[in-house]
Write a new protein. Sequence first.
Length: 202
Amino acid sequence: MTKLDITEVTQEVDRLLEVTENPLHRQILENYRRHGLLEVSGRWPEIFAPEMTVEHPVYRITEGGRSLLLDGSEQVQEFYRGMSEAGNLVMILEDEEIAVADWGFASESIFNHYTPGRVLIEGGEDIDDPDAWYLLRHRLAMVWHYDDRARMIGEHVYEDATSREVIKLAPEDVVTREEAREALAPLIRPLPNLLGPVGIRA
């Protein structure tokens, strides 16, 4: 398959920012944009800056027929750490649609997730080569909640299991962690403060 363009990961949120005027909604979108770029670049610890994430985030993830609850910053950070150590953070969103509101945003998209074979085997996938790289391609719906300072409260992520597809990749078609970090660095910008000193609800 053709190598995907990692720089398209912010395509839809950038489009929505162009037409969104509400300052709280814009702040939420800017936070989400920065969060995604930091995560895919492997710079996940920066997501937990106090202006981006509440002190006690909660994640609910349903994927691969299993549900996972991550309750609190320690559990959420351990989740990211494990994914990073496994080399499992590079993903590209495709056909994303986002709706933003005062409480946060909802989105649906196709996730193209670059995953080592050994990680898929540990997750119960029937594949033939633990040393190869695979593209886990599936449709996910996400609901992320934010507080009145546009700080992320948590992620709710739900997989459409019928869309799940695992594709073995040739080495030249893999977007590596290093390639993602280099390509996305120019897109990462400081989080603006569009709400004033204490946050507002527009």
